[in-house]
Design a binder for this molecule. Structure first.
Ligand SMILES: CC(C)(COP(=O)(O)OP(=O)(O)OC[C@H]1O[C@@H](n2cnc3c(N)ncnc32)[C@H](O)[C@@H]1OP(=O)(O)O)[C@@H](O)C(=O)NCCC(=O)NCCS
Length: 263
């Protein structure tokens, strides 16, 4: 007797070191967590900090607010646990690089993981906002960006002209949930400039997004940067998030989204 094939269950824990294969082709994975920032138990903080390297720990210790320290600990622990799941290297022993496409320097800018012989086992990007930390994974060679916005009160009048193209602002005006739509548009744009690695050195108003089918959207970027193709991430009603990849046409697969506990 044969049994029907069931879809793979969505496993809501970060896999053990070496137990997870990097996404292939157009697949995208989203791993996220809601963190009680500012109120983590000390033993949880110690556990998360044990995943980091000295440079990151020192950077996080310099944050003045407990919320920022907890958010940083959670985000970078999640990032390193996932990279450990793909590579088998313990989280704290991973050597991450960073490259700033704007000034050409290493040491700041978009983070990446590369082995000593120059192989990238997986592409990764990270975002954190309010209580939410999120990590996106993609196949080696994919230029990937992710952005999340949560718990923000925004003075749109002050920010409108630096973020939105006129047609984007007009589209949000008529939207039933205007506030969420604006944050989502912002997240789309930021994920696009994070995919290219330029970050906010590319003015967001010059990154113009357009809805496509389903969760998909595209973003045209200044000449020489290319086109971003993205997907909205429906994580929770109070969270606006998007993931983007740089590609001249077409779309990535619909992202596989997993919420995981932190600690
Ligand atoms: C990167 C940037 C868009 C992040 O914006 P944000 O909304 O504050 O933060 P997010 O939580 O979404 O993302 C932060 C993470 O993005 C990643 N990141 C940093 N620079 C990046 C870049 N250029 N491209 C993609 N990802 C980047 C890091 O993992 C960072 O984590 P950390 O802040 O804990 O180190 C913004 O800080 C930026 O553009 N900075 C650089 C500006 C610049 O280029 N200056 C020129 C320097 S020469």
């Amino acid at each position: 007797m044969s049994y029907p094939a069931w879809p793979e269950p969505v496993v809501n824990v970060v896999p053990a070191p070496g137990a997870h294969a990097a996404p292939q082709g157009d697949a995208l994975e989203i791993w996220w967590s809601r963190v009680d920032v500012g109120n983590l138990a000390d033993e949880v903080r110690v556990k998360l900090a044990a995943d980091l390297d000295e440079t990151r720990t020192a950077k996080i210790e310099r944050y003045r607010r407990a919320q920022d320290r907890d958010r940083g600990l959670a985000a970078h622990s999640l990032l390193r646990r996932l990279l450990s799941a793909v590579t088998g290297t313990p989280p704290a022993r991973l050597e991450l690089g960073a490259f700033c496409i704007s000034c050409g320097e290493t040491g700041h800018g978009k983070p990446y993981l590369e082995t000593a012989d120059g192989v990238r086992p997986v592409e990764v990007n990270l975002s954190h906002s309010g209580e939410v930390v999120i990590v996106a994974l993609a196949a080696p060679g994919t230029q990937l960006g992710v952005d999340v916005e949560q718990g923000r009160t925004v003075d749109w009048n002050a920010l409108r002209s630096s973020i939105f193209a006129d047609q984007e602002w007009a589209a949000t005006q008529g939207h039933a949930d205007r506030e969420h739509r604006r944050l989502l548009t912002w997240a789309r744009k930021e994920s696009s400039v994070k995919a290219s690695g330029h970050g906010l050195s590319l003015p967001l108003r010059h990154v113009v997004t357009a809805d496509a089918e389903g969760v998909n959207w595209s973003a045209s970027m200044p000449s020489g940067v290319g086109r971003a193709a993205g997907a909205d991430l429906d994580l929770a009603p109070d969270v606006a998030a998007a993931v983007a990849v740089l590609r001249p046409d077409g779309w990535p697969d619909v992202p596989v989204v997993r919420q995981v506990p932190i600690g």
